[in-house]
Design a protein around this ligand. Structure first.
Ligand code: PLP
Ligand code: FES
Length: 459
């Protein structure tokens, strides 16, 4: 009874989704500030978390880690969490049919964004599952004839780990090195392909340094050698143009939460012509044409579809926006600080501009990261994790250990503003200057001492 009343209220309150999403900013200010103490001079709330005192909610510049949901995505999802809650696989009533229609509509939107046929899209829980399915699934299906897989040293952990899983089962894996700018050398790739190679997996856009790999050329090589080409598109799809036919991609992984959609949903594109065969990881009801059993989560999938639709419509605008912001951030920092090194390609055409990864020479990594707690950014340093190894991606590029420890990844996106970028510039510049003032190293550099001549202690 209660449920019925609830549903009726929602039914009559069709405006609810919009009202809710419009108030998301208000909700944020409540949730982020659990009645904290205030700075007595400025009135800025002091937030205590993990033993750290933060003055106000940090400025979010970590769009490669995740993006906030676009209000339009939330609006699209809400009806499927309320009155249209049916199981999309229920064949006998309206609830199921409505959900199924919404799932198919979302599938078509994802397919449209990447130039695919809707039948080639499988819903998953995210890019991690898509990558696992592509790599383990293709290899397992072809295990009688093939025993070799190729990837790069700078892939996401879930690709590298899926490859290790194969190695434990007797497969050979080649982890190709990349050039100092992060790009894969095509000759190196070509000469690594063997008659028993099943799959090449090279990511489209790197999550740490934003380098865009030459997908078309890689696709061409793979097709000519009769090897499947998988690309992890978590950081690329919806951000830069990517067409599976133009790039001859056979499998493509997509993540919802990197493109202003929900977390916990993604997709895998699996080519039908020529057909890619793969072994499913999940056993069960045979949903998603047998590739991925489990009830398709209608609200999440609808959110992913809406996110792809918006991304396709606004890609040009989004890209121009992050380009402007990146230029502003980079020149703002570089014009005020010496000893700043860009990690990744210097040619802007080879880098997704929403990602700016900089290293700051002559500062201590840990102090840099700890001092910038009021900007939510990511770092190549390992201070915050159990290992003291800096980023394996930066190391694969040959970035010096000291510089890898002081790298900061600034991630900008659709909702990042110029004012936020300006705040990030001034906080970074002030903090780096402050650290350098205290640094004997910096003093030596100013005095013209060649630091390379100094014997460093182990970090
Ligand atoms: C390049 C890349 N691949 C895969 C993933 C994993 O995506 P998901 O969180 O959807 O599993 C991420 C996100 O961390 C990523 O950046
Ligand atoms: S700077 Fe913290 S581990 Fe290197």
């Amino acid at each position: 009874m209660l449920q019925r009343i609830g549903l009726q209220l929602l039914h009559h309150g069709r405006m609810l989704p919009t009202v809710l999403s419009q108030s998301s900013a208000v909700l944020r200010s409540f949730s982020a500030a659990p009645q904290p103490a205030e700075d007595t001079d400025t009135g800025v709330p002091i937030i205590e978390k993990k033993g750290i005192s933060l003055r106000g909610v940090p400025l979010y510049l970590d769009m490669q880690a995740t993006t906030p949901m676009d209000p339009r995505v939330i609006d699209a999802m809400l009806p499927f969490m309320t009155e249209q809650f049916g199981n999309p696989h229920s064949r006998t009533h309206l609830y199921g049919w409505e959900s199924e229609e919404a799932v198919e509509d979302a599938r078509a939107k994802i397919a449209r964004l990447i130039g695919a046929d809707p039948k080639e899209i499988i819903f998953t829980s995210g890019a991690t599952e898509s990558n696992n399915t592509a790599i383990k699934g293709v290899a397992t299906y072809h295990k009688d004839k093939k025993k070799h897989v190729i990837t790069t040293q700078t892939e996401h952990k879930c690709v590298l780990d899926s490859c290790r899983w194969l190695q434990q089962r007797g497969w050979d894996v080649t982890y190709l090195p990349v050039r100092p700018d992060g790009l894969l050398d095509l000759n190196t790739l070509e000469s690594a392909i063997r008659p028993d190679t099943a799959l090449v997996s090279v990511m489209a856009v790197n999550n740490e340094i934003g380098v865009v790999q030459p997908l078309k050329e890689i696709g061409e090589i793979c097709r000519s050698k009769g090897v499947y080409f998988h690309t992890d598109g978590a950081q690329a799809v919806g951000k830069i143009p990517l067409d599976v036919n133009a790039a001859k991609v056979d499998l493509l992984s997509i993540s919802g939460h990197k493109i202003y959609g929900p977390k916990g949903v993604g997709a895998l594109y699996v080519r039908r012509r020529p057909r890619v065969r793969l072994e499913p990881l999940m056993s069960g009801g045979g949903q998603e044409r047998g590739f991925r059993s489990g009830t398709v989560p209608t609200p999440l999938v609808v959110g992913l579809g809406a996110a792809c639709e918006v991304a396709q419509r606004e890609m040009e605008k989004d890209l121009a926006h992050v380009k402007r912001l990146e230029e502003r951030l980079r020149t703002g920092i570089v014009s005020q600080l010496q000893g700043v090194v860009l990690n990744g390609p210097s040619d802007p055409a080879q880098r997704y501009p929403g990602n700016l990864n900089l290293s700051f020479a002559y500062v201590e990594g840990e102090s840099l990261i700890m001092g910038l707690k009021e900007i939510a950014v990511s770092s190549g340093s390992a201070c915050t994790s159990a290992s003291l190894e800096p980023s394996y991606v930066l190391r694969a590029l040959g970035v010096e250990e000291e510089l890898a420890h002081t790298s900061i990844r600034y991630g900008m996106g659709r909702f990042t503003t110029e004012a936020e970028v300006d705040r990030a510039i001034s906080m970074t510049v002030d903090h780096v200057n402050k650290l350098r003032e205290m640094s004997p190293l910096w003093e030596m550099v100013q005095e013209g001492v060649d630091l390379k001549s100094i014997q460093w202690a182990q970090h």
